[in-house]
Ligand binder design. Sequence first.
Ligand SMILES: O=C(O)[C@H](O)C(=O)CO
Ligand SMILES: [Mg+2]
Length: 253
Amino acid sequence: MPRFSANLGFLWTDRPLPDAIRAAHAAGFQAVECHWPYDTPAADVAAALSDTGLPMLGLNTVRGNPGENGLSALPGRADAARAAIDQAIFYGADIGAGAAHVMAGFAAGRAAHDTFISNLRYATDRAAEHGMTILIEPLNPYDAPGYFLSTSAQAADIIADIAAPNLKLMFDCYHLQIVEGDLTRRLEALMPIIGHIQFASVPARGEPDRGEVHYPHIFAHLDALGYAAPLGAEYRPQGESVEAGLGWLSPYI
Ligand SMILES: O=C(O)[C@H](O)C(=O)CO
Ligand SMILES: [Mg+2]
């Protein structure tokens, strides 16, 4: 049976993160993940995780200055990128998070590639000290025009190049349906390097029971493939509340 993680960067954003964790638990999610939890004391997050028994699957490195979307592929910004990586890993270790998503940023070209590789080597080394995984995630060019990492092939090449056992692909079905499609075969082919899977309807990025992707098929197929980790519900609720749109979850709890 598929299991699900509530992405608290998009779900229950109307309340403090510890309360969002409790809401996810009450709704039947079996894990949580977040984007940028850094304004909340790690002890408060850890307490909510302990109270509910939910694991925190991951968090993101900070985006950087206004208008930026990550730092790790930006030439000349290694100090800031590595400070962001350290922050994510230390905070993640304090709350028992399994992974940190290292955000590349808006950049292109050889220097950006080399910078990203160098910062990812740093990140995988630091993360390994805490038993954490580093994730990289291709983003679609409608939501993130100019983002350095935009295809699964580019991510796979980087993962092969670095060859660290704790560097994995964040396969966001929403982004990759827009960029590449063929989700069923692509999930199968990339399974050996996938570290986390996220989903949302396409194109609206809402609940998964609408739009151009038939997620019951994707969820059942992943289950049949033996993928047992919780799948990340990273969507913007389209209705009055998160709870009002959770009909898609009820067959699985
Ligand atoms: O936008 C996404 O899909 C991400 O997963 C994210 O981490 C924030 O950019
Ligand atoms: Mg995502």
